[in-house]
Design a protein around this ligand. Sequence first.
Ligand SMILES: *[C@@H]1O[C@H](CO)[C@@H](O)[C@H](O)[C@H]1NC(C)=O
Ligand SMILES: *[C@@H]1O[C@H](CO)[C@@H](O)[C@H](O)[C@H]1NC(C)=O
Ligand SMILES: *[C@@H]1O[C@H](CO)[C@@H](O)[C@H](O)[C@H]1NC(C)=O
Ligand SMILES: *[C@@H]1O[C@H](CO)[C@@H](O)[C@H](O)[C@H]1NC(C)=O
Ligand SMILES: *[C@@H]1O[C@H](CO)[C@@H](O)[C@H](O)[C@H]1NC(C)=O
Ligand SMILES: *[C@@H]1O[C@H](CO)[C@@H](O)[C@H](O)[C@H]1NC(C)=O
Ligand SMILES: *[C@@H]1O[C@H](CO)[C@@H](O)[C@H](O)[C@H]1NC(C)=O
Ligand SMILES: *[C@@H]1O[C@H](CO)[C@@H](O)[C@H](O)[C@H]1NC(C)=O
Ligand SMILES: *[C@@H]1O[C@H](CO)[C@@H](O)[C@H](O)[C@H]1NC(C)=O
Ligand SMILES: *[C@@H]1O[C@H](CO)[C@@H](O)[C@H](O)[C@H]1NC(C)=O
Length: 812
Amino acid sequence: MASAFAFLLIFFNLLFMESCKAVDRNRLSFNESIGRGESLVSLNQRFELGFFSPASTNNKSYLGIWYKNYPDIVAWVANRESPLTDSAGTLTIYRDGNLVLLNSSNSIIWSSNISLSSAQLQSSSVVHLLDSGNLVLTQNRSSVPEGSYVWQSFDYPGDTLLPGMKIGWDWTTGKARKLTSWVDTTDPSPGNFVYKMDLLGLPQVVLREGSEKKFRTGVWNGIRLSGLYRSRPTNPLFNYKFTNSTKEINFFYEFTANQTISRLVLNQSGILQRYAIRGGTSEWSLIYETPSDTCDPYAKCGPNGLCKATEDLSCECFHGFIPKSESEWNILDRTNGCIRRKPLNCLKGEGDGFLWINNVKLPDLLAQKFWFNGSMSLKECEQMCFGNCSCTAYANSDITGKGSGCLIWYGDLIDIKTLSNTEGSEQGMYIRLAASELKNGKKRLLVIISVVSAASVMLFVGLLAWCRLRTLKKRRERNNEDIDLPLYDLSTLASATNHFSDTSIIATGGFGPVYKGKLPSGQEIAVKRLSKDSGQGTEEFKNEIILISKLQHRNLVRILGWCLEGGEKLLVYEYMPNESLDKLIFDWKRTTLKWDNRFEIAIGIAKGLVYLHQDSRLRIIHRDLKASNVLLDSELRPKISDFGIARIFGGDQNEAKTKIVIGTYGYMSPEYIIDGKFSAKSDVYSYGVLLLEIVSGLKNTKYRMTEQYHSLLSHAWLLWNEGRTLEIVDRCLEDSYIKSEVQRCIQISLLCVQRSPKDRPTMSSVVSMLENKDVAIPEPKKPGFFIEQVQAETVTELTSGNQLTATTIDAR
Ligand SMILES: *[C@@H]1O[C@H](CO)[C@@H](O)[C@H](O)[C@H]1NC(C)=O
Ligand SMILES: *[C@@H]1O[C@H](CO)[C@@H](O)[C@H](O)[C@H]1NC(C)=O
Ligand SMILES: *[C@@H]1O[C@H](CO)[C@@H](O)[C@H](O)[C@H]1NC(C)=O
Ligand SMILES: *[C@@H]1O[C@H](CO)[C@@H](O)[C@H](O)[C@H]1NC(C)=O
Ligand SMILES: *[C@@H]1O[C@H](CO)[C@@H](O)[C@H](O)[C@H]1NC(C)=O
Ligand SMILES: *[C@@H]1O[C@H](CO)[C@@H](O)[C@H](O)[C@H]1NC(C)=O
Ligand SMILES: *[C@@H]1O[C@H](CO)[C@@H](O)[C@H](O)[C@H]1NC(C)=O
Ligand SMILES: *[C@@H]1O[C@H](CO)[C@@H](O)[C@H](O)[C@H]1NC(C)=O
Ligand SMILES: *[C@@H]1O[C@H](CO)[C@@H](O)[C@H](O)[C@H]1NC(C)=O
Ligand SMILES: *[C@@H]1O[C@H](CO)[C@@H](O)[C@H](O)[C@H]1NC(C)=O
């Protein structure tokens, strides 16, 4: 009876369809329907569902979801394969409870097509268009809690991956969640290109044209897809996530910036394109494309060829391999790849050996050409490879922690590319070679074939390769530790710094002096020499090297190399002509520092912290941010330095606790000093202090304005409450500053130093508040350490028990 009534209504709708006015609603219940000219609009007007005709040349129309503000951008199409061919069409809930699309003769053109059990439930079906762009079918009239959907459009992506959509497999339906291109801009039916998760051995996502592979992300290695980091934008808007359960296996993006609207589209020529509207703008911009670099196209360098995107001639043969056809290779046709120079001996130990190749996207896994065991150790894996003459390479299948599992390749190795240092130095593999090749390895490392066979180029590349191998070798000697940086000889550094003469000292840190030096090449360097009895032990030393070598950002100081020899621990950095920020802002020299410079410096430091906290592959808490740890280059660009006590946070960890509180008084947050708790928000606190120092030219700890209020923070807070904020501004600036900007900076710094970490903003919102005048800044609450007396800059140690023993090691 109810369904008959529903059909009457549909009929009624059809009759009056053209005259219907668009209704702004976001849901459709059992006895309701929408027709042409009508639409559903999500609650906050983000997405709209309705009918559209992409081509004017035919009368085909489709039911689709588009951005309400960008109606040309269709994110999802229901009936891709079965267009409506006349001007009519109705979307309604059918008597079986499914969402259906009917043509003018009431035939079902498209259906959500799930089986629902009882009639009672069927009539309770409701369809909602959510603000995420997800069209969901639920059986709950009152609310649409996530997970209660009996059907959702997000399970059936078209050519567009919206945030929240996944790529993978749904085990309950046995269906792949994949992207399929449109045929062309006027035809949404499935085109030739498909981006889909392969599950042979280990999961990876592969882009195919028909059955031909065009690009692959590399297999999942426990942390990420082994070759995908290249396709990340420099300032990532999202995190890549992987889920694996009995119900589904998926990759998806999780957004870190909520104001950003973004989509990934597989275009009609098979290019994956990420577009986004960044906060504050209204234009879509292309963020990145995949395949993009010269090494992305599948099997670019043929079997056993290694692709290097950083070099113009991107193909190389692995060590021990030579081009299969030299003549073809020389005319830049590398598709035939490389073959072994010397056959494998296939004898255990003596005959063959393995060469470690670092920083690579692992070879493709082809049917019958690989073997995988998730619980084997690397040693067992090596034995397994030795045990079979066709085995050509092996690697850990999971690189989390110390690495585990075993992946073995038989025969040719396909589609390998090198990743840059920042992309994941932990990912590598062992290639099997005849032992005689390994002995030669040191001198004749890589045969680089080049059409431009200029001797100088060869020499240069050869040198690079040699240096690299040397580093690799040393690296392996030290139990495979993850330090992939040039190792300098002590003698080189000694002569560069005039034998560490006192006149070369440019700074003296808590852990030892920093020297200025000049390498024979003429390059100027800064050498940090850790004093033997300094607090920084071998652990901190390695910590700093490993950390910095993985970080690359224009607001972080770049490490060039290191040296651990004869009890000396030395770090080599790029030299910063303008030295450290404290020398500029707390000194008479600060008269040269205009407001614009200060503001840019403040933003730069904040960006460096955003990178540390969320944009780099690691999540890092610096723990010792202060003016003396910010260096300035020749153009006064700030670079954060000194990672000696920085901590890496993994997984979901947001906070840690330590018994030993090391840091610098005046910059340390209350929760850190009192409880030893630190998090990204403790760096935010330090940043707040630093920002106030930049504005005022005064040191938080050495500050005496009145006897009553001992710290700069307290004073700033007081002035803020009395509406006299600008009184704290550095007199050296005279009146040459923009009042509103300075005022904002002070307000932001007060926000950063609030007592409760929860109240402090994240560094990314600090950046957006600094950069964007239109972003509202909340009212700050009282700072932590309001009326506390602070002594000189000290390094403190909180020993077990709860005693605070403070040792004054005033650094500068
Ligand atoms: C059908 O719609 C009417 C009004 O539009 C509503 O009162 C009624 O509850 C609906 N019936 C069902 C079964 O949803
Ligand atoms: C589209 O439909 C209109 C009327 O409904 C008709 O006049 C026209 O010929 C059709 N065009 C095509 C290409 O079928
Ligand atoms: C509606 O669809 C059915 C089945 O596909 C088809 O036979 C019928 O001709 C269509 N009606 C119109 C008016 O297009
Ligand atoms: C619905 O699903 C069944 C089996 O899952 C399939 O045979 C049928 O063709 C589907 N119908 C539509 C309209 O997609
Ligand atoms: C509908 O959702 C509400 C709130 O989430 C829940 O309390 C209720 O049990 C749900 N009803 C059904 C029929 O699922
Ligand atoms: C996914 O889970 C299944 C079952 O727990 C497991 O066998 C498989 O190895 C997992 N795959 C990955 C890549 O973690
Ligand atoms: C983004 O929005 C969601 C839902 O509104 C919220 O749970 C999440 O915390 C927000 N994330 C950020 C980084 O603001
Ligand atoms: C797809 O993207 C590529 C790269 O931007 C572009 O060259 C090509 O024209 C696009 N294809 C279409 C059909 O838009
Ligand atoms: C995988 O390796 C473990 C540890 O060596 C072994 O116990 C297990 O039998 C292996 N599984 C297979 C399928 O070979
Ligand atoms: C070596 O591995 C290949 C490929 O999996 C296999 O066909 C062959 O039987 C193996 N040989 C031995 C001796 O295990």
